[in-house]
Structures are given as structure tokens and as C-alpha cells.
Ligand binder design. Structure first.
Ligand code: TPP
Ligand code: MG
Length: 352
């Protein structure tokens, strides 16, 4: 059963309210470090496979991959339980996987199959798995911030130590939802993490061209919550900072805004061009800072893992993703007779 939240008298002191920029963190313990590596690689391999499947015409609808940003979902979700609630974006495959949706169910969903996490009815931008607290990806930029605040409000009213998490891009920062959600969650000290994946572009528009303040974390000062900017390609750092924020939220210490500075190294969506708005040199420079390769190298260099162990994880992940694709291929389409299912609620009651 969920633990009771601490009373006001026991509340931890909130962190300094000014924005902080954090650099570097020690490796977590070996098992955790290897699990983080495996999770990032699972996201990467799934995304590479989904890109190929999209090109082969197997994915109806849009497919926005998370390649280059895997450290963020991985480092944050490693601290979450199934009863914590994640609300995500159009770029949400990584969030779903890190929150516990199995690769089978993700790939099948994108193929439109009945075995997908949303029974083949949602696709890439409507990934739901409430059983593991994946409360949905969304094609609308911004509302996930409000939904996470709403989840935090529910958890506070229930008196439980669960947390709500919103993942969103730099493109959501000028949306009214950012202001409303963060202001409300801070005022009411709700247990929420606001995780901005600042990959520096909204579609093909540079963040710096849409604001006079291209830093996100320092916006926290305007609302009065801790704002922390981190290297979004450093999974050990994200794991550390997110762990502190989750612990604070569970203990009644209120929300945190975490800005993860990162870069997507594939086009905005599969099938789109990737030129004209950013240089190839810039993309190549960020590929050298790949969150997965750099973490693997660090694990070996610091003696946390042998290269053979890294290779073994890679083989296991490749096999898991290949099996997921086969599972999706072999799965049935949804039965057309069920097209109207799940549209109306039959179980709800009204109370006068
Ligand atoms: C409210 C709203 N406005 C505009 C769009 C069109 N749109 C889809 S994705 C996108 C870019 C979002 O950029 P960002 O939030 O930085 O996320 P990223 O794609 O970089 O991960 C936009 C503007 C939308 N889906 N919803
Ligand atoms: Mg962006």
C-alpha cells in the first residue's frame, strides 16, 4: 500500500528557488548503471527498428523518434513506480518503454495491431498503459503539463506518496499550459516533476528564434520552484537529479522543473527532410555526444562493466526487439466489430 505523505510539520525544506546548472554525477551502483544502459539501448534499438518499419510502410500515421534523447526518460523513470503517472508528448515511445510498456506492445501499437498497448487504436501519439502508469502520449503540445499537475493534485487529495511527471519539449514552454500548470503545482506544493526535453527545436524552428530567454530552468524563479538545468545526454546526472526531485515530491516538498539540454539526431518525424534549418556539422557534433555510446565507454573506463558485458546486453536487446517485431507482424488486426468499444463509459454513476 502507498505510504502516507508527510504532514506539513514534517515537510522537507524546499531547495533553493534559483535555477541551478548541474554538471556531472558519479555512476550509480553497478546493477543500476547496467539497467540504465540496457533501458537506453532498448529505446534506441526500438526506435531504429520503428524507423525502418515506417520506411517499409508498416506504420500508419506519424512516427517521431527519440533518438539522441534516451537518457532523459531512462534517468527519470528509473525512480518511478507503476502507480506514478507519466504524461507525454508526440515523441513518447521512449517514455512508454522506460515507464514499463514492453517493446512487444509498443511495436504492435505502432503497427495498429490488437495486441498493442492501446489495442491498435491509438498509434504512436496515443500510447496508453495505465497498468504501469503510462497515462498517455499526446499530439497536442502542452496539455501533458496540466495533466501531470492534475495527477499531483489527485495524489495530494488521496494522501498518497505518488508523483505525476510531465515530459515536454522546448516547444511547449511558450504555451499557456506551461505557465498554468507550473504555477498551480508550485502554489499548491503538488508532487510533480516537470521535465523539459530542450532539444533546441520545435519541428524546424530553433528555440532561440522564439524567445529572448532560451534557458528553461531559470523560468522557475518566476514561479518559485526549484529549476535545474542538466546535460540531457548524461544519464547518471539525470538519474541523480530526478531521484532527488522524486524524493522531494513524495515527501510533500512540491514540484521541480528539470531542463534537460539535448538534441534529436533524426528528423522531427520519419519521412521528413532534415536539412535547411540546421547544419549537418551540428548534427554530427551531437552524435559524438551520443548518450548511449558515451555511457558505455564510461562504464568500461571506470571499471563498472567489462566490454563483453556491454556486448552481451546489446545482443540481448537486439533479440528482444527482433522478437517484438515478429510479435507485431504475427498479431491480429483489431476486430472491426469492436470499432465503437471504449468510446462510452458504461460504468460511471452520477451522484446528486
Ligand atoms: C498546441 C499545438 N501546437 C502546434 C502543434 C504542431 N506541432 C507538432 S510537434 C511540434 C513541435 C514541438 O516541439 P517540442 O515541443 O520542442 O518537441 P520536440 O518535437 O522537439 O520533441 C509542433 C509545433 C501541436 N501539435 N500542438
Ligand atoms: Mg523541441
Amino acid at each position: 500500500m502507498a505510504k502516507q505523505r508527510k504532514t506539513t510539520a514534517q515537510k522537507p525544506k524546499p531547495q533553493a528557488k534559483q535555477a541551478q546548472s548541474m554538471a556531472g554525477a558519479p555512476l550509480p551502483d553497478r546493477d543500476t548503471a547496467l539497467a540504465l544502459y540496457r533501458q537506453m539501448l532498448t529505446i534506441r534499438r526500438c526506435e531504429e527498428q520503428l524507423a525502418r518499419s515506417y520506411q517499409a510502410g508498416l506504420i500508419p500515421g506519424a512516427c517521431h523518434t527519440y533518438v539522441g534523447e534516451e537518457a532523459i526518460a531512462t534517468g527519470v523513470c528509473a525512480h518511478l513506480r507503476d502507480d506514478d503517472a507519466v504524461f507525454s508528448t508526440h515523441r513518447g515511445h521512449g517514455h512508454a518503454l522506460a515507464k514499463g510498456v514492453p517493446p512487444n506492445e509498443l511495436v504492435a501499437e505502432l503497427f495498429g495491431k490488437a495486441t498493442g498497448c492501446s489495442q491498435g487504436r491509438g498509434g504512436s501519439m496515443h500510447l496508453f498503459s495505465p497498468e504501469v502508469g503510462m497515462m498517455g502520449t499526446s499530439g497536442i503540445v502542452g496539455p501533458c503539463i496540466l495533466q501531470a499537475a492534475g495527477a499531483g493534485y489527485s495524489f495530494m487529495l488521496l494522501g498518497v506518496d505518488r508523483v505525476g511527471v510531465a515530459f515536454f519539449g522546448d516547444g511547449a514552454v511558450a504555451n499557456g499550459a506551461f505557465h498554468e500548470g507550473i504555477n498551480l503545482a508550485t502554489t499548491w506544493e503538488l508532487p510533480v516533476l516537470f521535465v523539459c526535453e530542450n532539444n533546441q527545436f520545435a519541428t524546424e524552428v530553433a528555440f532561440a528564434n522564439t524567445t529572448k530567454n532560451p534557458e528553461v530552468a531559470n523560468r522557475a524563479a518566476a514561479y518559485g520552484l526549484p529549476g535545474i538545468a542538466v546535460d540531457g545526454n548524461d544519464v547518471a546526472l539525470i538519474y541523480q537529479i530526478a531521484g532527488e526531485a522524486v524524493e522531494r515530491a513524495r515527501a510533500g516538498g512540491g514540484p521541480t522543473l528539470i531542463e534537460c539540454k539535448t538534441y534529436r539526431t533524426r528528423p522531427h518525424a520519419e519521412g521528413m527532410r532534415d536539412g535547411g534549418y540546421r547544419s549537418l556539422e551540428e548534427v554530427e557534433a551531437w552524435k559524438k555526444r551520443d548518450p548511449i555510446a558515451t555511457f558505455a565507454a564510461r562504464l568500461v573506463k571506470e571499471g563498472a562493466a567489462r566490454q563483453t558485458e556491454i556486448d552481451g546486453i546489446e545482443s540481448a536487446v537486439d533479440a528482444e526487439v527482433a522478437a517484438a517485431v515478429q510479435f507485431a507482424h504475427d498479431s491480429p488486426w483489431p476486430d472491426p466489430a469492436t470499432v465503437a468499444d471504449h468510446i462510452f463509459s458504461h460504468g460511471s454513476q452520477t451522484h446528486a
